[in-house]
Design a protein around this ligand. Structure first.
Ligand code: FAD
Length: 413
């Protein structure tokens, strides 16, 4: 008799693994099919931040706050040290225009319950003794946190294995077929078939390719991010750092012109964060260059001066390496979570762009709830995949259904 899994997850990034973990906790029989290795995509080529201040007030901020609560207990639950730490975060402000916009942003975030405030130049200096004089103010949140994504993936992976999860690595999914009994047949390159009741597309930046296999257009594109890594050095300040320039431009795209051609073209916004081991990550770019995930001289050489302008002391520090990853960027900046109505049993958990590490626990939990037919613990209706799928596809499906009905009528006649 053929083996039928409860759920097949496509992609062993942090989102696929988190979903597997929460599903196996509910007793589901799960298989992960991964085209390369665990963490072969963005989840091993990223920063490590649970950065709440960057989230627009709304469901994403709500999810990030919930995820943060979950991370506090996850090391214990997964019996793995996730290197979770809460150092706080600051977004540096350089001029009055940025200050006005950030004031409004902070006000809205506070109304959503985020612990964040604006601090003046003197307080900035106190928290960041090496900061340059160009900073006039800053936001400050004591709860911005970080975690090691490699360890999170390992924790989810090992605990899911304990609960019976199976995984096939080096197994790219190339076709999906819905069978007449409602189950799915999943084909990988080695001509192997697997059967399942539910498929979860957790293929990150490649989610659109998987969507094509079932005939739907998923508006997710790869957005490259490049990061330079310093040698291990002592901590330069109390918190991790971002600059307001990028956040402000994201909120008011018309201001992008003022940033200069290269910064705009590469989508550079400074993130300056220290890992558990003492290396600083200097990021990053936000580029739409297809699936090219190589670092470039132009990218790295334009990122580093952004950190130097705020921390001149860095001129004596060695850059030891650089890396790049592909964020899964959706058309409206929000992930797709849930079942595709016109493809029963086909779920999407992808499109987290620059938030996938922060949102992984809550995403996995909510996906498991939805797949098991439970009400999600947060109201994620606006993240439903049906919001952006190509209307034409839906129309085609409706036409097909109509045609099927007509054919049946003909048969009866
Ligand atoms: C430079 C950079 C910095 C970032 N910083 C942060 C940060 O500080 N905080 C934060 O929260 N987020 C950050 N992110 C975003 C975060 O890394 C992503 O949102 C997250 O890793 C996405 O996880 P995922 O599992 O959806 O995708 P991925 O990790 O990309 O996993 C998708 C997996 O699917 C597999 N796959 C694809 N197609 C197939 C197929 N056909 N068959 C089988 N397998 C397939 C791939 O091989 C891959 O392993 C950053 C990203 C980048 C690039």
């Amino acid at each position: 008799m053929k083996k039928v899994y409860d759920v097949i997850i496509i992609g062993a990034g942090i989102i696929g693994l988190s979903t597997a973990y929460y599903l196996t906790q509910k007793g589901k029989k799960v298989l992960i099919l991964e085209k390369k290795e665990i963490g072969a995509g963005a989840s091993s080529a990223c920063d490590d931040m649970i950065f709440l201040q960057s989230k627009k007030p709304g469901i994403l901020l709500q999810m990030a706050l919930e995820s943060l609560e979950m991370y506090k207990y996850l090391s214990k639950e997964l019996e793995t040290d996730l290197e979770f730490q809460t150092r706080g975060g600051m977004i540096l402000i350089e001029n009055q225009e940025q200050l006005r916009i950030m004031e409004d942003f902070v006000y809205k975030q506070r109304s959503y319950g985020l612990d964040v405030e604006l601090i003046d130049k003197r307080d900035v200096k106190e928290k960041q003794p090496f900061i340059s004089d160009r900073v006039i103010a800053s936001t400050y949140s004591p709860i911005d946190s970080q975690v090691n994504p490699f360890r999170v993936m390992r924790g989810f992976y090992l605990k899911s294995l304990e609960k019976g999860m199976e995984i096939k690595k080096g197994a790219p999914v190339i076709a999906l077929k819905k069978l007449s009994d409602g189950s799915w047949k999943v084909l990988t390159t080695e001509n192997k078939y697997y059967h399942t009741r539910v498929v979860v597309n957790a293929a990150g930046a490649w989610a659109a390719e998987v969507g094509k296999m079932v005939g739907i257009k998923i508006p997710i594109k790869p957005k490259k991010g490049q990061i330079a890594v310093t040698e291990q050095i002592p901590c330069l300040g109390e918190t991790n750092i971002w600059d307001a320039d990028y956040i402000v431009t994201k909120l008011i795209p018309a201001l992008a012109e003022k940033r200069g051609r290269i910064l705009s073209q590469l989508g550079i916004g400074l993130s300056f964060t220290q890992t558990h081991d003492g290396n600083y990550f200097i990021g990053g770019t936000r580029e739409f260059v297809g699936f090219d995930s190589k670092t470039t001289y132009q990218g790295i050489s334009n990122i580093i001066p952004q950190a130097l302008k705020f921390f001149p002391v860095l001129k004596n520090v060695h850059i030891i390496r650089a890396f790049a990853g592909l964020r899964p960027a959706s058309l409206d900046g929000k992930p797709f979570l849930g079942e595709v109505k016109v493809k029963e049993g086909f779920f999407i958990a992808a499109g987290h762009e620059g938030d996938g590490i922060a949102l992984a626990p809550i995403t996995g939990k909510i996906m498991a709830q939805m797949i098991c037919g439970e009400t999600p613990s947060l109201p994620v209706g606006e993240l439903s995949p049906d919001r952006l799928l190509d209307r034409q596809e839906v129309m085609n499906k409706i036409k097909l259904d109509r045609q099927e009905v007509m054919n049946k009528i003909k048969l009866v006649k």
